[in-house]
Design a protein around this ligand. Sequence first.
Ligand SMILES: Cc1ncc(COP(=O)(O)O)c(C=O)c1O
Length: 388
Amino acid sequence: MSFALNPRLLTVESPPIPEAQGWRAEYSGAFGPMIDLSQAVPGTPPPEAMLERLASSAGSGDASRYGPILGDGVLREAYTAEISRFYGAAIPVAATAITAGCNEAFVTAMLALAGAGDNVILPVPWYFNHKMTCDMLGIEARALPCSPEAGFVPEVEHAAALIDARTRAIVLVSPNNPTGAVYPSEVIADFARLCRQRGLALVLDETYRDFLPGDGAPHALFADGDWGDVLVQLYSFSKAHAIPGHRLGAMVAAPSVIGEIAKVLDSVQICPARPAQAVVAWAIEAMRPWREAQRQELQRRAEVCRNAFAHLNGWKLHSIGAYFAYASHPDAGRLPAREVARDLAARRGVLALPGPYFGPGQEEHLRLAFANVGVERIAELGVRLREN
Ligand SMILES: Cc1ncc(COP(=O)(O)O)c(C=O)c1O
């Protein structure tokens, strides 16, 4: 190569999922088809009525043109109505932006909030793309360790101790990837209070909020008229609407922040992909019963997963919720998690991700993304993970 690459990029870890998916080829087949718990993807495509609309929208001349930087008005309005209903607050359309998925929303948030040499606080275990984003932007991802004893819920006093003059934001993901932990609303409120006191942004990634176990809003941050002083909220249409390939997500922030963020979005996406926007605007209301059925099905899967672990020796299920289970493996303290995960794939046909993909101190753990596997297959974990 006759040119040098950005040294910051070279220090970023490679995307981890392809490595784990490579272990599939090593499976002997002894237990029947592979149970692939590696990636957080919806297990089913969207319903036929939605697929038909997506096809027709993709074939329209209008969807071939550029659209507004912050997303089509029809989707921004439908999404604003939905979050206003869900959080019981009047959120203005000017506080929303549609993005090319929640990952792009996170990159955009980091570009807007911090510069090279600044730091943001990320609870560990973290979502690896958040860490990768920080690394490539020269933003220090300051680790806030979460313990199994605390249900992997971050503790606000520990976060306070990490803040210094270069701290710009605290990032929370609830329901969490990788642990599935759902942070109590008081904990989210405490973090918002801390951020407000210390002049930081609270970046709250709620990609999995449609899969919460209970009814009602998971926090009351929007009830505070000054929410825009502290909150930058991120969301994904990928999971709830089962359209990860269509790349749609959303940000909610004070209108003045969204105005600045438009500069980033114009530079990286010009406009979000258009074909699915009008369809999602329709689906928010029309597909509500389908989404509710998905939510209940995922709870059934979580329950079956919990039961499977209840009868296993050596394994300990520390946390489960929404899409994920996070467990310590029987070789904790003896073998690295990567070796355990690879062996599990090769010998038992269970593909899970090793904890170290999600940050330091995770050697004892594996993440199992149970959302895309039916209950019968999840129930098989009881046999496949048994020691012999
Ligand atoms: C916490 C979290 N944020 C963001 C994303 C990315 O979502 P999207 O497909 O909308 O980019 C994921 C996907 O796994 C995720 O787990």
